[in-house]
Design a protein around this ligand. Structure first.
Ligand code: M6R
Length: 364
């Protein structure tokens, strides 16, 4: 049941510190903090390319992983939504592997994409939350998310546990490819083991986010911006908001603003900017200034350092824990979930069963 919570979605958001921890413990040695994945039928040292495919929120998890695998593990990744990939007739490299991500393990497009990749001789890996599912059965190896049952149609804890598995996979691939020195590898796995505690801290902002949701609920359109691995978090934030509050929202790579979407900015368009401290911060800060100069109201998700550097200006700021940029996507996912949730509650929608949507999409 929902226990003390008004909706399954809220309960599932609050379960994240625990289920991220459970998922992490299956892949990280608690003493040495070293990543220990099960034996996989893929040699990451020589893998030419990894193809990733999934739908919806699971696709956004894969998009974060593309940034991670390419920059941290130096592994080329190609990624597409399964509904496109399955019909695209993409040539796949000899000796390649393909990874499918799915909470339910039953999504028809993801399954069809998997079967295509198998026909093309790829080794099939999957990340699923339902170990008995058809996607799990048809894979050569399965990396499970230990999110437990997810009831809310809007995916929350499945997403952050997918990211957890993908972060571990990245570190394992990086080690196999000799892409990281030992010190950096140790720092990244240490940062990962601290995510459950930091996620719990993020949840302390719930009331503040609920107050900000009043400003969002009035809007007709909302923009979400991010760079690098924060770009998929912007996409995910926009998806969450549209699916449960029915407010039109778009996620954009912040650097694309000048190429079109900045024309939308006025007093009525809230802009959610996901900008942790790190190498891309100054670029995102410039986008914040551009939005504010045009009268847009900014909701900034950042950390103490970012807040200091931006100064006064954003209408709202949520200060998240300062972490290694590698793990930031796991934490910044949570406030965008809460913001969508509280906005939907204010709008009076059916949060757990939004109109026109099904929990698993088993027909095209
Ligand atoms: O079960 P799956 O992970 O394969 O489902 C994929 C999408 O249908 C799913 O993530 C959908 O986008 C969610 N409703 C998003 O909140």
């Amino acid at each position: 049941g929902k226990g003390q919570y008004r909706h399954f979605m809220l309960k599932e958001i609050y379960e994240q510190p625990a289920v991220i921890g459970d998922t992490l413990r299956t892949f990280v040695n608690p003493q040495s903090r070293a990543i220990a994945l099960p034996e996989l039928p893929v040699d990451f040292a020589t893998l030419p390319r990894l193809t990733i495919s999934a739908c919806g929120t699971a696709f956004y998890a894969g998009l974060v992983a593309k940034y991670w695998l390419e920059s941290v593990a130096r592994l080329p990744v190609e990624i597409d939504v399964a509904s496109e990939f399955r019909y695209r007739e993409a040539p796949l490299p000899e000796g390649g592997a393909a990874l499918f991500i799915s909470q339910s393990g039953e999504t028809i497009d993801t399954l069809a994409a998997l079967r295509y990749a198998k026909e093309q001789g790829q080794t099939i890996l999957s990340i699923v939350n339902q170990p008995e599912s058809v996607i799990a059965r048809e894979s050569d190896a399965v990396l499970p998310t230990l999110a437990g049952p997810e009831i809310g149609v809007a995916s929350t804890k499945a997403f952050t546990t997918q990211l957890t598995v993908l972060a571990c996979l990245t570190l394992a691939a990086a080690r196999a490819r000799g892409a990281l020195d030992e010190k950096r590898a140790a720092a990244l796995s240490a940062a990962l083991t601290e995510v459950p505690a930091h996620a719990a801290e993020v949840l302390n902002h719930d009331e503040a986010i609920e107050a900000m949701a009043h400003g969002i609920a009035e809007a007709r359109d909302v923009l979400y911006l991010g760079r690098g691995p924060m770009f998929p978090i912007a996409l995910e934030g926009a998806l969450k908001l549209k699916e449960i509050s029915y407010i039109h929202a778009e996620g954009y790579a912040a650097g694309e603003m000048k190429h079109g979407p900045i024309a939308l900015i006025d007093e009525g368009v809230p802009v959610i900017v996901c900008a942790p401290s790190g190498p891309l911060f100054d670029k995102s800060a410039a986008n914040v200034q551009e939005v504010m100069a045009r009268g847009g109201s900014v909701l900034l998700l950042t950390d103490a350092g970012g807040r200091r550097r931006i100064g006064k200006g954003p209408k709202w700021t949520i200060e998240l824990p300062a972490v290694d940029p590698f793990v930031a996507p796991l934490l910044y996912a949570i406030p965008v979930q809460l913001l969508a949730y509280h906005t939907a509650v204010l709008k009076g929608t059916d949060v757990d069963q939004p109109r026109n949507l099904a929990k698993s999409v088993t027909v095209e």
